[in-house]
Ligand binder design. Structure first.
Ligand code: NVA
Length: 220
């Protein structure tokens, strides 16, 4: 039983990171753990990735994210849900470009509304990146996706990020991607000058350390 595992693992260390295929498992684990539990990825959220990405954006752009236009092109998945949560928390402008049948889930949009914020959803990627300072993307097929893979990939064909799309954003736009990548972005963009994916990946370790300090009340 997960409850027993949580109790045992609580005696093995000071903190625990759980990457799981079920949101309920995280809730259940927290209930029985007496050490901090960090959500390391669930089907509906990826908060550690996004905390780190907010840091990377501010590091690169040298200004608060609240002053920037952020765009997400691709699947409305766990990483986007956490980016949406961050847009509410840190008050930044967020535009999402996705196919009609793959919009963010209703409970996510309801939560945004409840918090008196708004996100723009476009089904034309060009419109979604207009005036963007930052473009994010992620794989079309996530770890916990139980879908017809070929069909879903076809549905996202016109959302592939290429140089032409990048040129529809601001001149100094930056491209970020949490990795691993699939075919949602061309090599030219992913490995190009506007892409900062390696710095983004490197920052994960530093922000993760801050999250641990926060859990142990050691953050200055
Ligand atoms: N959306 C991706 C994120 C990987 C870091 C997944 O869940 O597989």
């Amino acid at each position: 039983m997960l409850a027993d595992t949580a109790k045992i693992l609580s005696t093995y260390g000071d903190g625990f990171m759980l990457r799981t295929d079920s949101d309920n498992k995280i809730q259940e684990f927290c209930k029985y753990s007496n050490i901090p539990v960090i959500n390391g990825l669930s089907p509906s959220s990826h908060p550690t990735q996004i905390l780190s990405d907010v840091f990377t954006v501010e590091e690169l752009k040298k200004k608060p994210i609240s002053k920037l236009n952020v765009s997400w092109i691709g699947d409305c998945n766990n990483v986007l849900n956490s980016l949406i949560a961050a847009s509410v928390k840190f008050s930044f402008h967020l535009s999402v470009g996705c196919p009609k049948n793959y919009k963010p889930k209703k409970f996510v949009l309801d939560w945004v509304k409840k918090n008196k914020r708004y996100i723009n959803i476009f089904h034309d990627p060009k419109k979604a990146v207009k005036n963007a300072d930052v473009i994010f993307s992620d794989k079309v097929i996530s770890l916990n996706d139980r879908v017809d893979i070929n069909h879903k990939i076809k549905e996202f064909k016109k959302f592939k990020i290429d140089e032409k799309l990048l040129n529809s954003a601001k001149k100094n736009v930056i491209f970020l991607h949490c990795l691993p990548r699939g075919n949602e972005v061309t090599d030219k963009v992913f490995l190009g000058k506007k892409s900062h994916v390696w710095q983004q990946a490197a920052n994960r370790v530093h922000v993760q350390k801050s999250i641990l300090l926060y859990c142990f009340d050691k953050l200055r």
